[in-house]
Design a protein around this ligand. Sequence first.
Ligand code: AMP
Ligand code: MG
Length: 501
Amino acid sequence: MAAIPDSTVSTNTAVAGLESTFADELGALTVPWQGAPAPDPTLLVLNEQLAASLRLDVQALRSEDGVGVLSGSTAPAGAKPVAMAYAGHQFGGYAPLLGDGRALLLGELTNSGQRVDLHLKGSGRTPFSRGGDGFAVVGPMLREYLVSEAMYALGIPTTRALSVVATGQHVYRHGAEPGAVLARVAASHLRVGTFEYAVRQGEVLQPLADYAIARHYPELTELPAGGDGSRYVAFFEAVVEAQASLVAKWMLTGFVHGVMNTDNTTVSGETIDYGPCAFLDAFDPAAVFSSIDHGGRYAFGNQPAVLKWNLARFAETLLTLIGSTPDDAIAAVSAVLDTFDERYDGHYAAGMAAKLGLAGKAIDRSVVDDLLTLLEESSMDWTGSFRALADELRGNSTPLDGLVPRERIGPWLERWRGALTKHGRGAAETADAMDCVNPLYIPRNHQLDAALRAATDGELAPFEKLLEVVTHPFDRRDEWSDYTTPAPPSFSKTFQTFCGT
Ligand code: AMP
Ligand code: MG
């Protein structure tokens, strides 16, 4: 295992200005650590726009020193890299100690008052590795890079990808595969699981909660921590709201996270951990892609309910900070948790209204429910259907006719057109507004799979092309027409995704 770093001896200045408030203030939740050496590091992809927005020096990142930092083999001068401790409920069962088994928090960067974590994944074993090798491989790290950047382009809160470096070392997964390290940027890496770990350590819980509040919900810092603990009730409410909004966005985009364990649920409200995720082709609430999700716990349609379950686990961690008696505390957080369904429904309904050209208007729930039934019964492509509806308004029926028989959707179309007329929305203007919220390009499973296979074999061009397309999800270009095609049924039947690869 790599040694604990002595960052005072590092002279690597490729990444300057890293701070370490988390490690300094919450040392009990961290272990100082250093990444493994990378025998022959190669920078596969660098997010220059993100780097520039963080005021990182792109030239320096591309240099030998920069690649050393991004591979984890060298600590930036003055940095205090740590592995973070956390616990988590995985598929409903409690694991008291997970932690960064193959990741490191390098430190924090601030930009315009916004503090973000710079974090590595696949950088070697740590004291939390639990028998794992601590490494990651090219395919899954490029997968996280591309999907998280696609999510960002879609306007969905998410961790972002800064780079992927191939280490030059083979790692054994489905046979020998090229090793890789992802550098990602996040509002923080505070998870529900971080609180589950802290609550069992006692004293660190309140400092952790205050740290999270100061970082993500600073407007709550003035609320009283003593007495009824209203600061922590408000904190819980803020996380419930952020996560209800997030999962509604997933549901509106056809995103299946795949492993919604509590260690993968952030307190910032960002999507994190892109291991077994996938996007729907045909709309199906029962869709499951993860190879290990046999019971369908994390099926597409279960995501709001599972999130609420995770938030209940989060609430439990805060009880000792709230109320004068346990009963008071339980009553206070339960009242907040009870608002989850309404919050979620509100975000979902508003999003659906916008997808159907009725942004800002109340939409009859039965119009949405009946559309969902049609989509499911006719196995219609989720992403393509909303673009086809806009085309229908423009007088082009061909896309919709390719998805569903006219006699089946005709009565619904009448009702929808009636709702648009009632709200005085003209067809052309509505269609254009719909195209601004309904993406044309998402990472299609079969295309991403093919691009990652090629990248694993050393051919990066298909990945680069797909990345360009999915980071412009609303910009129609004729030469990108292939990227709107759903996966062929033969692919979808056998397609699976994997955790921890
Ligand atoms: P994930 O499925 O990526 O959310 O990971 C769940 C837990 O397993 C985390 O504690 C990871 O650090 C750990 N883990 C995943 N893959 C590895 C690996 N190859 N070596 C060590 N730990 C790992
Ligand atoms: Mg995880």
